[in-house]
Design a binder for this molecule. Sequence first.
Ligand code: ADP
Length: 749
Amino acid sequence: MALFEVNGESPASLFFQRSSHGMAFLSPDGRILEANPAFCSMLGSARETLLSTPIDKIIGTEKDWAIRLENPSDQTDIDVRIIRNDGSILLGSANLLASETAGEDARSCRMLEIMKERKKNDELIAEVFRIASIGSWEWEIQDDEIWFSDQIQTLCDVDASEWGRRSPGLLDLVPPESRPSFQEAIDLALKGNPLDFEFRNQKPDGSVHYLHVRGLVSYAAGGKPRKLHGTVQDITDRKKVELKLLETVERYTSLKKFNHDAIFSLDLNGNIINSNAVAQEMTGYPIQEMAGKNFSLYIGGQDILDILAASKHDVNAEKRIDKIEHRNGSYAEVLTTIAPIIIHDESVGYYIISKDITEQKKLIIAKEAAESTNQAKSEFLAMMSHEIRTPMNGVIGMTDLLLETTALDAPHREYLEVIKKSGETLLSIINDILDFSKIDSGKTELIEEEFDLRACIFETVDLLAPKAQEKKLDMSFSLSPNIPSKLVGDSTRLKQVLMNLIGNSIKFTHSGSISVAVKQLARHEDQAMLKFIIKDTGIGIPREKSEQLFQPFYQLDNFMTRRSEGTGLGLAISKKLVNLMGGDIWIEHTEEPGSTFVFTVIMHEKPRVPNPSETVSGSFATEKKPRGLNILVAEDNRINQLVLIKMLENQGHRVQFVEDGNEAIEAALTERFDLIFMDVHLPGMNGLEATALIKDALKPEECPVIIAVTANALKGDREKCLASGMDEYLSKPITSKVVQDMVNKFFET
Ligand code: ADP
């Protein structure tokens, strides 16, 4: 039975029923005895379900309900948390009073009055908004009045004090550059679309924020837009992640788009998903036509799945994709990389990256062809030189012998002189051609040995002096005193350059003089840069021809009208040699008549140390033996045999000959010879092996002097001969004088 009955029109009951405050009567133990409609709606429950419910089940306080119910009149303003039927929480304040209108058990009845606290709720909402970085706003469209929450001011960086002076528009939310597009978004929203707008805001401190405005229109009774309300949220963190992602995508897109290689992406079945522009150019198909097709179609029918499977364990598998077919049937030669596409630890496809190497391949083939042609050219020249030297040995050698015979009349002697001269010229041409081709193909290496620069120049000048004397030319040379006397370098090659230049000066000077000067240009640690100046008073050289002269085969004289001999290779060889020695060569033009050639080289200086070889060579002289020697000639070529035997016999020696290496050993071991002239290219056993065996078998004092005779004039031949135990080396063709000098080197004349 209800304790409290509402009696129709009584004011108290009207108040109870109509009050916007929640009111309820409680029993002393806190059960709900009666509740008004406001109370029911606060709790979101029907009156019937609330009756007899213990109050502490649905409304929380700071202190225990039991204590409060005991002393009802003590407390005013109790903070309460109303737990609504849907689980949400409402904050409020309450009064608890002892009821005076109660019926029979008035003492035991309590009245509870609850007021919703709008302020409290606002604070809660504001806190939530602050945590989520959201501000809210409302725009009364008709009155054009705007309300912004505090949060908006911080978010959008607008000054509230300024708003007081003028009515801020919604557009003030965004920076000036974003306003036109924001206006468009507002216009759309007023037509009923949701407002959804993102913008970038740079704060005065330079930091950049991204903000998101959302809004919805509500309508007045006539259907006109009444209000636009919405939020502004700071989405900087999300935006940063988005931008980072976008950057990654753009990087990857650029890598593909601007790549010079063709890039195809395939699915796990080898079907093309996408490709870049280079790939489309390489195949001749636009991506629309390629997409979905199997990649096998573009690699000459090879099975791409096979290759992809192999590529997982074999790094060489990708080499199988070495050609990509164009729709016109042609192929591009390619170098390919296969890269798996792995997303979230799962393989989802492959990239095929192919570099077009068609041009490089052509270049490589051309280079190889050029190299092998060059190699063939060098080999041909070396062989030609060898083959020509052998018969030339016969011509020059025999002419030499004939010239030695006394029974010659003057015209015959003249003919022979011509033959001999022609032979020598031919030989020097062969030597030049061979030398040039060797240097040209990079096969020339300089040797590093100690030498005396003064002696080197003196010997060169001495060799050429007779020719200069013939033409009555004065010759002089001078060296700066600061030039180190002992140098390290290739003196033979240096002499060759000097021979060329001084030889030319003699050749092209008809009267006057030739001078050679050497100066030190620079010095750094043990390196000295030397400058050589070769000056003549000859026919001179036109300025405009200076450069061409260093080209091979270039001569100022026309071939048909030339008066001087020569191949036109001397200067070309000299230039290459000087370059190899770290220097350069040029022609200096002066007002004086004649030509001036200048070249530089870099030589090392060596501190002078006693040279043990000097004492050895000193002892040679004392051990020289008397002439009338017992000599063995090991030579298989008949003409060469004859030339050498006759030369030696004419010089008063006893000569025997053999024709192969084995015979040479046999003869050397059975009979004691003073000297053996050993051809290197002997049938059976070659000269080098035969020498090594002889030197091995005989005691040093019984061992003959062995001199190599060869038609080879290539670098390294001399070293090979000496390494096998030979004592000296003669290059064909040989002359009586050379043979005699060689004998004299070892034996007393
Ligand atoms: P070659 O002397 O065998 O013809 P070079 O290469 O040594 O070949 O010289 C090329 C040309 O340069 C010569 O033919 C000659 O025309 C010119 N030349 C070289 N040196 C002199 C010089 N000292 N005076 C005048 N002309 C020279």
